[in-house]
Design a protein around this ligand. Structure first.
Ligand code: TRP
Ligand code: SF4
Length: 362
């Protein structure tokens, strides 16, 4: 069982073996210009993505839905979702971004007004600063203020029973009913773009981390159950790997030592990266002889996920690391420099994005 509200690390291979998630690389050749995170294997799995490939190729209408639970600060791992949304925006998708204030209320005890403020200051501001175009087929909304979504959730809940919620989420007799109900809101987040009033049935993809897969499975089942009433097309999904935290475990906003926050001043981000765990050896001598382990290095991961757009340059770092011709000090210094530049630019863009972010929810 996967618990979307705990921060347990997920075993990616197991997801593919046991939960029926398909490897992404099998269909990557069907895309004309796969996203960098797809090419680099960071997006590792999918359900029914063939439908989305087809919609992109044939320029059919399709939707992307991916929400955020406004509970803390955005860290650099969260940027991955925004990068994907930008790519989808370029490929003509209609984009829906629910802000899961109902979920953060039931799972984290955060009140609606506070969730709204976090969503504006942290999430929406950063989404725009990172390059998402707020004026292009983009719908950002608060769950608690979207009557269409709430009504749909209620209707869909009529055909979901307690045993099912227990089996999927491990809910039990002491689960409070607000928490029990919020997955239904997420199901409706994902399916509502297919309502007649929003253009009718269309392929929809939900790019998420694998912790969200229970919601995806429930949504897909519910979509099929309501086939004759709403004619939903079963939604597709993609799954990305989580970025490793600075200390080696999971990067998590609730553990500040593990995370580089998007709102960190550039010098702080630079310093944090310099202190990150690497895949270097005990001594320089040993490293020259045996090479480092980029697969086990937070610095390499930052280059891979975020800092190096050029595949050729990335490959060079990988090889130099492996054959021991570059030492961690030099490699880190270079990555930290890139990080600082990125954060300087983001800081400026965030200043500009702030007012726009405010106006979107008001
Ligand atoms: N549960 C998601 C999270 O914890 C947020 C979310 C709400 C979501 N609605 C969604 C994700 C719809 C994907 C699709 O971040
Ligand atoms: Fe990581 Fe670079 Fe050291 Fe290799 S040389 S282990 S990539 S920091």
């Amino acid at each position: 069982m996967i618990d979307p509200w705990s921060s347990a690390i997920v075993n990616y291979e197991k997801l593919i073996e046991e939960f029926g998630i398909k490897p992404f690389h099998d269909l990557i050749g069907d895309l004309e210009d796969p996203h960098i995170l797809m090419r680099r294997g960071i997006i590792f799995g999918h359900r029914d993505y063939g439908r989305i490939v087809k919609a992109i190729r044939e320029k059919d209408d399709f939707a992307v839905v991916t929400g955020m639970m406004p509970s803390g600060k955005m860290h650099i791992g969260h940027k991955m979702i925004v990068d994907q949304l930008i790519w989808y925006q370029e490929h003509g998708a209609e984009i829906y971004i629910p802000i899961a204030d109902m979920e953060s209320y039931s799972a984290r005890g955060i009140d609606f007004p506070e969730a709204k403020q976090i969503a504006i200051d942290e999430y929406i501001t950063n989404y725009i600063a990172l390059g998402l175009d707020p004026d292009k087929n983009l719908h950002i909304y608060l769950q608690s203020e979207n009557k269409t979504v709430e009504d749909l959730a209620y209707k869909l809940a009529k055909r979901v029973n307690m045993n099912e919620m227990k089996a999927i989420y491990g809910f039990n007799g002491s689960t409070n009913i607000a928490h029990l109900y919020t997955p239904m809101i997420q199901v409706a987040d994902i399916l509502h773009p297919q309502l007649e009033e929003l253009g009718g049935p269309k392929p929809t993809v939900v790019p998420v981390g694998p912790d969200q897969d229970p919601h995806i499975r429930l949504t897909r089942d519910v979509a099929e159950r309501f086939g004759s009433q709403f004619h939903f097309i079963t939604p597709s999904s993609t799954y990305h790997r989580f970025i490793t935290g600075l200390t080696g475990g999971k990067m998590s906003s609730s553990k500040p030592k593990t995370a580089i926050f998007l709102s960190d001043p550039p010098e702080v981000a630079e310093k944090k990266l310099k202190s990150a765990k690497t895949g270097g050896r005990e001594s320089l001598e040993e490293q020259r002889e045996m090479g480092g382990i980029p697969e086990d290095c937070v610095v390499y991961e930052m280059l891979l996920y975020h800092l190096l757009q050029s595949d050729a340059e990335l490959k060079e770092v990988y090889q130099q690391c492996k054959n021991g011709s570059i030492m961690c000090g030099e490699c880190k210094a270079r990555a930290a420099e890139l990080m600082k530049d990125f954060f300087k630019d983001l800081e400026k863009k965030r200043e500009k994005a702030r007012d726009k972010a405010e106006s979107i929810l008001n």
